[in-house]
Design a protein around this ligand. Structure first.
Ligand SMILES: NC(=O)c1ccc[n+]([C@@H]2O[C@H](COP(=O)([O-])OP(=O)(O)OC[C@H]3O[C@@H](n4cnc5c(N)ncnc54)[C@H](O)[C@@H]3O)[C@@H](O)[C@H]2O)c1
Length: 247
């Protein structure tokens, strides 16, 4: 088992990629805390892990709110005694062309994706520094290269890359690795909400000619969260079927 008795917290773990990460980590022996704003999905995944003999808790959290984030970290440490792995996966979209984008659409996406990642990483630092051990994996996207109608989302995800590199520098002395994954077009409820025409265009640009699965993304999380990645920090790894290469 690659994460035996490691304590992992996965934000947005109640759906899509986060749920696949929670299941995969539990299979590898981790104790899994799921932080999600949506209790239905989060509780379901935690219950499923427990039914299979694993240890799991659900923490309801809005990652935009510092007091809720702090409470979630306290809950995890109280339940499992430590926090080894933080997967900053919670994310949202509110697409619009820049000319039409409202301030609310901008703030909502930047607050959940970028500020949420910051607040969770800052709160997780406390127990991780004490232990002198931690792995943080953030979530950017292939659209950091730019994408029509996603100025809020692509800006938030590009910000996460700067955040990852800076935290990697600041946290290295505490033996905490901070890395980032950048998924392409992955088959989840988030991508299912895209218009059919946009999906066709996205598929057309992928050399491997299919969407990725949440389980494939979870395998990358597993590697970066494990001790196999002890000498990797501050990196961004694209998992996109080749969408970010070539012209
Ligand atoms: N699906 C894709 O094609 C794709 C591509 C690139 C990047 N991503 C990124 O991967 C991550 C997971 O995406 P997904 O496709 O699984 O999405 P999803 O919509 O299936 O899951 C996102 C989860 O985040 C939770 N969440 C939303 N706002 C929250 C908040 N304020 N506080 C706590 N939890 C919150 C939701 O309740 C949900 O459970 C996101 O960061 C997303 O931007 C996805």
């Amino acid at each position: 088992m690659r994460l035996k008795e490691k304590v992992a917290l996965i934000t947005g773990g109640g759906s899509g990629i986060g749920a696949a990460v929670a299941r995969r980590f539990a299979e590898e022996g981790a104790f899994v805390a799921i932080g999600d704003v949506n209790p239905r999905g989060g509780e379901q995944v935690a219950d499923e892990i427990k039914r299979r003999g694993g240890r799991s808790i659900f923490c309801q959290v809005d990652v935009r709110k510092r007091d809720e984030v702090n409470r979630m970290i306290d809950q995890v440490v109280q339940e499992f005694g430590r926090l080894d792995i933080l997967i900053n996966n919670a994310g949202v979209t509110r697409d619009n062309l820049s000319a039409r984008m409202s301030e609310e659409e901008w703030d909502f996406v930047v607050d959940v994706n970028l500020k949420g990642t910051f607040l969770c990483s800052q709160a997780a630092f406390r127990p991780m520094r004490k232990q002198r051990y931690g792995k943080i994996v953030n979530t950017a996207s292939v659209v950091v290269r730019g994408n029509m109608g996603q100025v809020n989302y692509s800006s938030s995800k590009a910000g996460i890359i700067g955040l990852t590199r800076t935290l990697a520098l600041e946290y290295a002395r505490a033996n905490i690795n901070v890395n980032c994954i950048a998924p392409g077009f992955i088959d989840t409820p988030m991508s299912a909400a895209m218009p059919e025409k946009t999906k066709e265009l996205a598929l057309d640009r992928i050399p491997i000619k299919r969407m990725g699965t949440p389980e494939e993304v979870a395998n990358l999380h597993l590697f970066l969260a494990s001790d196999e990645a002890n000498y990797i920090t501050g990196q961004v790894i694209f998992i996109d079927g080749g969408a970010s290469i070539g012209i």
